[in-house]
Design a protein around this ligand. Sequence first.
Ligand code: LLP
Length: 857
Amino acid sequence: MRFIVLKFGGTSVSTLARWKTIAAQAQQRADEGARPVLVCSAVSGVSDLLDSLLPAARRGEHDAVLEQIEAKHRALMATMDLPSDLLDDHFSLLRRLAQGVSLIGEITPRLTARVMSHGELMSTTMGAEWLNGQGLKTAWMDARSFMRSAPMADDSPRRRYLAARIPHDAEPALQKQFADVDATVILTQGFIASSPDEETVLLGRGGSDTSATTIAAKLGAERCEIWTDVPGMFTANPRQIQAARLLKALDYDEAQELASTGAKVLHPAAVNPVRAAKIPMHVRSTPRPDLAGTVVSLDQGDRHASVKAISGRKNLVLIVMESVGMWQSVGFLADVFGCFRARGLSVDLVATSESNVTVSLDTSANLIDEDALQGLLEDLAPLCQPSVIRGCASVSIVGRNIRAVLHELAPVFEVFEEHRIYLVTQAASDLNLTVVIDAAQVDRMVKQLHGLLFSNSQRDETFGPSWAALFEDAPQQITRGARSWWRARKDELIDIAQEHSPAYVYDRATVSARAEEVAGLQNVSQVLYAIKANPHPELMKIARAAGLGFECVSPGEVARVRALFPDLRRDQVLYTPNFAPREDYAAGFDADVMVTLDNLHPLIAWPDLFEGREIFVRIDPGQGRGHHAHVRTGGATSKFGVAADQIDELLGRAAAASCRIVGLHAHAGSGVRTPDNWREVGSVLAELAARLPDVRVLDVGGGLGVPEKPGQTRLDLTAVDQRLGQLRAAFPDKQLWMEPGRYLVAEAGVLLARVTQRKQKGIVRYVGVDAGMHSLIRPALYGAYHQIVNLNRIDDPATETVNIVGPICETGDVLGRDRRMPQSEEGDVLLIGTAGAYGRAMASEYNLRGFPEEILI
Ligand code: LLP
């Protein structure tokens, strides 16, 4: 006999509609030739009521609780058309037990277990009656007759009655008994079991999952299905993050780790029985039986390192133990942990150093009262200096072989720089990396991390659709904080696209406003527009009108600046070539612009070029920052700048060539949104400048980021300015310069493209447009996110999830993945946002498709 165990949780047994789903699923399994074994929880809310019944009884207030319990069941019985006296025995027994407690005033774990068991006994009694009434022959089994607990080392009454352990070895006798039952379906209870001496015991809250997997293991079932109200496990809590992706396949370890780090879909203890018996577990949704959910199994093929989910857990308490005596002392940790055991506190995360041990206590697993904590601190005091930090939360990155992907997590660590970190642990099993921070930060951080790690992941055998795609038809997402000037001008843009698509359109007013904004930085003496972001002459004129100078990186850029603005002084045009040939340096000096040296080689090999000149030197700030590895320009692996330890040689070579170093320059990277960056870069420069007597300018580079993804916040320029003010106050004889590119033009520019066709392959839908990676390479090159909006349907709800692709012969020719949009039709105009910087400037004629036009409005 093939068994399939199906577990239905509280919300799945609380309405007639859900019971219809249960019946349909059971029938389907039976039709497949298997015997369905249904394991059910109590009706939603009933366990909580039962839990409060005895304490209420002790106060003589049990009537109200009993009424609520009865009312819940009676309402459901009425909709299910069941005899109204079906549960009367249970109601009256509960009443008598409660009365007993109100008289005696004593509550024991044994009694609590008996009372609580009625929740499951009642829900399954109703279920069996109804299923039989539907013509589905159902045998009701009392789980206590075959779920026997094993004695435990810690055999306190609380453990024995309320947190029992049930062995999960295969039981041929039980298999035979279940096979011989004369019925189509077997229906039994989760959560309850019996002790060897036949008393009712419980598996602990959330124990129904464990009941189901244990029964599956005992029966050697073909699979175990956990039916709940969400359709599987997700890359984050989908109620918090709508972009969370369904995880289609996990292995047992990953599922266990996810369950333990905070995902509430599955109880952590539930994994073990099916793992041991190698039984696949499917997590599915009663409201959406059409979805396949998450399959947890041994064999899911994907053994590669990968990050699967982010989870957050609140309510952590940290115990910090400082000790100098711990170094090389034997038994210190044993003594310390002994104190936790003595107080019945279970330790979760641990980090140790030679003088500090920090552990976290999970308040959901520990009933932490102040007395227990105070007692613990007293016990610990002779061993170390203990202290408590409350209100913490953990954020875990969960996945397989996290160690191997640490380098890919670099941008993730940038998120951490804004947060105070109390503890970091990397699980020895290599399944999670956990950081403990202030609870107030956790939601934001989980969101940020999720955006970083999953926004670009494709759909494949692991990652399914997002929660939003499954459930929400929300209007198109507009990037928060980005000022979308184009909303008000959509009709004009649609007209432009009809004639010129694909085309970049720039809004003059936005460029002008941004240029004024940076020109207004109080502590920056000169702002240079880095024209590599967008060298359109009209945009350069707008920058110049705001008083900006220019930063160039090639003879071509220098020539363009000189042609447009012949009157600029030498110190208004900075020229920063990198690995450029000798002629390029010569061209800079000929054009009479300020040349920046970013390597010693030119000075050593061509000293004559530099003779008598004033130059800037580009320094490697040591640490890079930015939105992607390709645009971080600090550290030994980046090709830019002179390392700080080469300063002495620089001094000697400059003196030998009799040239003067009048400015130091550094650029940490591009797309930086932490206001501290420029002060930090400036401090590195200021420190070096102390050894270079002629330096009067510290150029702290460009890199000012703009919000691109939904949920990203805007860089606070006032904060940048204020921090630079601190630097200026410390070095009053130096001028500070900056050279932003992106910040001026990114949001001012959009790429318009027309829909050429639609396509569906499997579950993936494509919308084709006449722009592609040749028009905008940032998504393909950096995985950059550009908002995409259908201008013709701007206010319509999103109804489909699509990949927006271009006509180029490469699989990477994707402008946006998994976007929720209204259905786009041929001829519609799509707007690709935040495309003014490094858009047209990096476009190519690849496939001989030609460049997009550029239009200013
Ligand atoms: N100064 C120097 C020395 C630079 O190398 C750069 C940019 C800037 C200033 C201007 O950085 P911005 O303010 O625009 O971030 N193609 C990439 C960006 C490359 C940036 C290269 N250097 C992208 O599309 O994100």
